[in-house]
Design a protein around this ligand. Sequence first.
Ligand SMILES: [Zn+2]
Length: 367
Amino acid sequence: MIRTYKFKLVPTIDHIQTIEWSLNMCGWLYNSMLEQRRFAYKRRGFSLSYHQQATELPSLKKELPAFKQIYSQVLQQVVKRLDWAFQHFFRRVKRGEKPGFPRFQGKNRFDSLIYPQAKPSMFQGKFLRVPKIGDIRIKIHRQMEGIPKTVTIKRKNGRYYAMVACKIEPPPKKPSGKQVGVDLGVKHFAVTSDNEFFPAMRFLEKGLRDIKRWQRMVSRRKEGSHRRRKAVEWLARAHERVANRRKDLAHKISRSLVDRYDLIAFEKLNIKGMVKNRPLVKKIADAAWRQLIDFTTYKAEWAGKEVKLVDPHNTSQDCSQCGRIVKKDLCDRVHSCRCGYREDRDLNAARNILHRAIGFVPENKVN
Ligand SMILES: [Zn+2]
């Protein structure tokens, strides 16, 4: 099992210059190796392999000594990346599709340096020791599980990150004998059938305000202007912040569910409802729910546990105690049934979701 962590880097100006220079050099290498392949394929009808191209790297360094300043494995990864692009291309040709030939990387398009054999010694407390670049300040905001295998330095929206891929041994199966239904909502992010409430959607509000502010800024500023470009950059960052917060939350909740329950039931999300034009908050909530279900599903898989998606029809209207339908509007926060059962509406829904997953039908007591 591989888990990838993303940490922010705080490079010095020197680091940035070296990283940018290396990215440019690697982009150039990618393009010239691509040229070589195109030539071989189009003019002579054969395809070069990764190995054939990688063995040329030492002579390239002799011809262009500047390449000596880039870590050799990083250069090999450039050749490998090109090889992946070609393998993907040939797979599609084989399937009878008409894919475009792998493309040249434009200026600034090449945005990552891959260190395929990460060593624990790369992690020096608050610094990441990057071969041929130096010790870069790294913000490790969460504990890594497993053994680091690959480190990728990546530029995104003018910032720099380290993506660390760790190998994790799946934990042994520990059945808890417990099952849970989870209702995903717009008031609370998630409510479980065991009466557990996860944060209110308000956690998104500040991020949404930022996004809207920068969107206004972008539309107000003159097209092609430097100030507009700046605003576009800030808008992208605001989106990224919301996405990160949403992802962290999905990681936390999914972990806590999978650790405690053998069976976790959610409602099947309504795909149709999502295509339409919806307010931003709904769009982000949809994405957050999706992510929670995805994360829970893959974590459950490693842990030998189960996720079930049930039919969402009427989960908020049905009484989880007697099965009677209790009509309510979105603003009715309480489920109050003639059978005497009175409960938070989302908690009632979570119980219905669990019942559907385990095939339990409540008995109609009074009628
Ligand atoms: Zn009832």
